[in-house]
Design a binder for this molecule. Sequence first.
Ligand code: NAD
Length: 287
Amino acid sequence: MSINHIILFIPAKHGPLLSNIIRMDLQLKGKTALVTGSTQGIGFAIAQQLLQEGATVIINGRTTARIDEAITRLKKEVPGAKVSGVPADFSKAAEVEALLKAVPDVDILINNAGIFEPKAFVDIPDEEWFRFFEINVMSGIRLSRHYFPKMLAKNWGRIIFIASESAIMIPKEMIHYGFTKTAQLSVSRGLAELTVGTGVTVNSVLPGPTRSEGVDEFIKQLGASKGMNPEEAEADFFQTDRPSSLLQRFATVQEIANLVTYTASPLAAATNGAALRADGGLVRSII
Ligand code: NAD
């Protein structure tokens, strides 16, 4: 059950059946959120849940066509959704500048856009290291540099970096990806240190393997490199590459969005500077 769909059953004698269901209010009405990389996958699910909670959401992807398609889907799934979109490719600093001009202020920033691809360490050239760093790390840095001071001035704000369990359990099949995810934890904790005594929080959420469109492609590529079809590759992935997963399946994108939406809410005011795991228990650590 998702955190924002917790229902309380009150004895029927206290009123008619329908009014007996009370939805937990995450108090997100009136808040504006920017979710990067939200035309599909985890970002789309986060945008959808924030809209369901009554927030105004700006989605982002690389092309206007993909954004329009995602907005149509979101409006269908959340009637009355206050959603718009701005295209920007995070590998292009000028496009990030244009995004910041189009969206000068937000209450909630979700740094979700990210890329991943299995590749042997010796086959990763310099350009790929820089490309992963620019898209996965500089995206969040460039946006936070703009929005964070404004949040401090308003004395309220939320920044959430969508990192990964790969930040801690560096994957041998894509060390360059793990390196960018560890860097996100560093930036996130560092920014949180600058929020002392304010209503602003900065946290990271660490999803484990999650069934997104991007991961479907990843499993295909991993399978191809091992001579396996996607079903074989998926089973092998949990047995060989992620054996410590307690969940032993991909999380759903909604299961990640549940934690992100709560963390973005005013209810999570006491959670700051944290690396929050939604990793299916994959990381063998008590804290
Ligand atoms: P996905 O590939 O399904 O979606 C990625 C989104 O980012 C898309 O909307 C895409 O348009 C956007 N994007 C990609 N490159 C971009 C660029 N250069 N500029 C702007 N937007 C760009 O991915 P996902 O699985 O939903 O992953 C989302 C985030 O979650 C990533 O940061 C990823 O590292 C992280 N994550 C995913 C998993 C997983 O198993 N799916 C696990 C841990 C962390």
